[in-house]
Write a protein that binds this ligand. Structure first.
Ligand code: NAP
Length: 313
């Protein structure tokens, strides 16, 4: 019987592990997460991280995650490099199935993260982190004074376009239809921003130039006329939504309409007592490594208090 099982190994999972281990909860972590998740989380596919406090010269995403993991292990976290295939949250202790083996715990911390949606072009994949990004807050700074494009017509795209307009020379929003999905206020802000231009009814069909290892243009297709054009740019931001990794919790926890775990405001408590959620799996607003780490810490502290109150610690 475990006191706490942590599912996920990004900044939220490891911060929860560090706090839980130091509170003597002997946490067990499944770092393989769930289908679609990446051990170490989204920082594993990020090159330079310049906004994580404590690293004034920046650090590579995978290096930062290695340090997180070392710190979890230092305090005795038991880490399983395996996926969780199934959970049963209907009764306590909670049951977690991984690679055919059952594990039981009084409490769970879910930190399975979310992943950005990509258009799905080969050239887009080839140029990820080399001019193609899914996070303006993370990577906008690298495009100071340059011309950038952003794909999407939702709130994220509008928010990121506004953010980028503060540093890029020009921002072009490329949207596949002629009207935006974003809320009126976010639309107005972007439409009234003189640095933001809109390309309507356009889709990106190729990012150039993988051979050069950098972005210098986009091949666009008009979704109405089919006309193909070339648009020079130095950066491409994809803002077409995220998938939270919550498939295995579906029907067992309250999720919002986009599949994110709903937590009680101001806490990391989910709809099931004893189950806590931290990081991007419950946050579609901030989505930063530092905010994920913050909620991971909160989850561990809440678990510790809940176990103690129930005489389980
Ligand atoms: P979203 O609302 O689902 O919008 C995704 C956008 O990307 C849509 O405009 C969609 O086009 C486009 N798109 C989807 N797949 C595409 C593809 N393969 N190629 C080209 N375009 C594609 O996602 P989101 O903007 O990330 O927002 C998610 C949720 O978070 C929403 O509920 C949003 O309100 C909320 N949010 C709120 C705030 C805020 O209030 N500050 C900020 C960010 C997000 P179509 O319109 O044609 O479908």
């Amino acid at each position: 019987m475990n006191k706490v099982i942590i599912i996920g190994s990004g900044p939220a999972g490891h911060t929860a592990a560090i706090y839980a281990a130091r509170a003597n909860l002997k946490p067990v972590m499944f770092e393989g997460m769930v289908k679609g998740g990446i051990p170490g989380g989204q920082l594993m596919i990020t090159t330079e991280v310049e906004n994580y406090p404590g690293f004034p010269d920046g650090i590579k995403g995978p290096e930062l995650m290695e340090l997180f993991k070392k710190q979890s292990e230092r305090f005795g976290t038991e880490i399983h490099s395996a996926d969780v295939d199934e959970v049963d949250l209907s009764k306590r202790p909670f049951r977690v199935v991984s690679e055919g083996q059952e594990h039981f715990a009084h409490s769970l911390i879910i930190a399975t993260g979310a992943q950005a949606k990509w258009i799905g072009l080969e050239s887009e994949t080839a140029l990820r982190n080399r001019g193609v990004s899914a996070c303006a807050t993370c990577d906008g700074f690298f495009f100071r004074g340059q011309d950038v494009c952003i794909v999407g017509g939702g709130d994220t795209a509008m928010e990121e376009a506004n953010y980028l307009s503060g540093m890029a020379k020009t921002v072009t929003v490329i949207h596949r239809r002629d009207s935006l999905r974003a809320s009126k206020i976010m639309q107005d802000r972007a439409l009234n921003n003189p640095k933001i231009k809109f390309f309507w009814n356009k889709e990106v069909i190729e990012v150039l130039d993988p051979a050069a290892g950098t972005v210098n243009a986009l091949r666009l297709r008009d979704t109405v006329t089919g006309e193909v054009t070339l648009h020079p740019t130095q950066g491409l931001f994809i803002a077409i939504g995220h998938y939270p990794n919550t498939e295995i919790f579906n029907g067992q926890l309250t999720l919002d309409e986009n599949g994110y775990i709903v937590t009680k405001p101001g806490t990391t408590q989910t709809s099931v007592e004893g189950v806590y959620a931290a990081g991007d799996v419950q946050d579609h607003v901030y989505r930063q490594a530092i905010t994920a780490a913050g909620t991971g810490c909160a989850a561990a502290i809440e678990v510790e208090r809940w176990l103690a109150a129930g005489g389980l610690h």
